[in-house]
Design a protein around this ligand. Structure first.
Ligand SMILES: C[S@@+](CC[C@H](N)C(=O)[O-])C[C@H]1O[C@@H](n2cnc3c(N)ncnc32)[C@H](O)[C@@H]1O
Length: 356
């Protein structure tokens, strides 16, 4: 990993900074670019109080052509600096996401999903002239059609109570103690909720991956990356946001490494029946296997079944019966001794796969 880009924040213009980065540096990019909201008038509530909307200079472009040129420039650089199996997320609203989507496809990225972030508590449409704008759209795309991108499918299924995670996500907007404030005023008008980044990084990156955010703002991506044991590089043009992000990051504590493993995807697990390990002589009939606490023992039979007291059957069935559970993964429940250490029998099939 190029150390110049590991766990650093830069106060600069992405259009310049991205050019300094070597090809194929990042595993994942999350980008929350200017929306080009084109707000003409000050928004007010029915009680005449001012709505804090995005009307800062960083969000202003003369026309669509200028915005498209800008999008094309930063996305081209992002494509170059993504590893070949890397992927990008871009978030936007109806003002910009369709234009950004066109550029993503024109540059040869491969769109994997668009995700709707449904805001649980959106800002009302104060004038009552349109539907309440209650969502933002995220595009998730791999560097190319051939990229072997990361998707921690099993972890996301687990996060969703064992149901496949769908492409519509219901999450609250950033508020409460998470919202950065100075003298009672929001530091950044579009600070994203950490829950959104938590889901994205958990789903599509691995521990120790290097993640770029070219429009860092208040530093949400870097803070969540740090918590989740990922490395980050963030670029932010405005000094005030850059400073806020730096301070936020200093206060962010990583989650202990022991708690950061993601569930392995079924499809990447080798499909090997336990019996083949016996047939191939990798584990011998008569060997004792046991649970991790060594309280429950079972003997391996010549046909690949196992026997514990009066219970016999597959490694999964016997474990489930003992636990009184509907099912149990025998590969991780049962253990054996390897060089004096207690190791899950799953290790044996991994060894078989790597030998082949
Ligand atoms: C939509 S906000 C990102 C908010 C961020 N996701 C967060 O959670 O705080 C976009 C940010 O991009 C920054 N920005 C705009 N143009 C930029 C450029 N050319 N280079 C670097 N940063 C830029 C803006 O100052 C703004 O903070």
């Amino acid at each position: 990993m190029n150390l110049d880009f590991k766990n650093k924040l830069v106060n600069g213009d992405s259009l310049k900074e991205l050019r300094k980065i070597p090809d194929e540096t990042f595993d994942l990019i999350f980008a929350d670019p200017p929306y080009n909201l084109q707000l003409k008038n000050t928004l007010t509530r029915p009680d005449s109080s001012r709505v804090s909307a995005v009307n800062e200079k960083w969000d202003q472009f003369e026309n669509f052509k200028k915005y498209d040129d800008f999008t094309n420039l930063w996305l081209s650089e992002c494509k170059r600096i993504l590893k070949k199996n890397g992927a990008i997320w871009v978030i936007g609203s109806y003002h910009n996401i369709f234009r950004v989507g066109t550029t993503i496809q024109n540059l040869g990225f491969w769109i994997l999903n668009d995700v709707i972030w449904n805001k649980k508590n959106p800002m009302p449409n104060f004038r009552g002239t349109r539907f309440t704008n209650a969502h933002e759209t995220l595009i998730w795309a791999s560097k190319s059609e051939k990229s072997k991108y990361t998707f921690n499918y099993q972890s996301l299924k687990c996060l969703n109570d064992d149901l496949q995670m769908r492409s519509n996500w219901e999450l609250p907007i950033c508020s409460g103690s998470e919202r950065l404030k100075k003298n009672g005023k929001k530091v950044h008008s579009t600070q994203k909720p950490e829950s959104l980044l938590h889901r994205i990084l958990l789903a599509t990156s691995n521990k120790n991956d290097l993640i770029l955010d070219p429009f860092l703002g208040s530093g949400t991506t870097a803070a969540v990356a740090k918590k989740l044991g990922r490395n980050f590089y963030g670029i932010e043009k405005e000094k005030i946001y850059f400073k806020a992000a730096e301070q936020r990051l200093k206060k962010t504590k990583p989650i202990e490494d022991d708690y950061l493993d993601t569930l392995q995807n079924g499809r990447s697990k080798p499909r090997i029946p336990f019996g083949s390990l016996v047939e191939l002589g990798i584990i011998k009939p008569g060997t004792t296997i046991f649970d991790d606490k060594k309280r429950i023992n079972a003997k391996i039979m010549a046909d690949g079944s196992i026997k514990h007291d009066q219970t016999e059957g597959s490694i999964h069935k016997v474990a489930a019966t003992i636990l009184g559970a509907e099912s149990c993964n025998g590969w991780t429940f049962w253990h054996y001794y390897l060089d004096g250490q207690v190791v899950p029998i799953d290790h044996l099939r991994q060894r078989l796969v790597s030998n082949n």
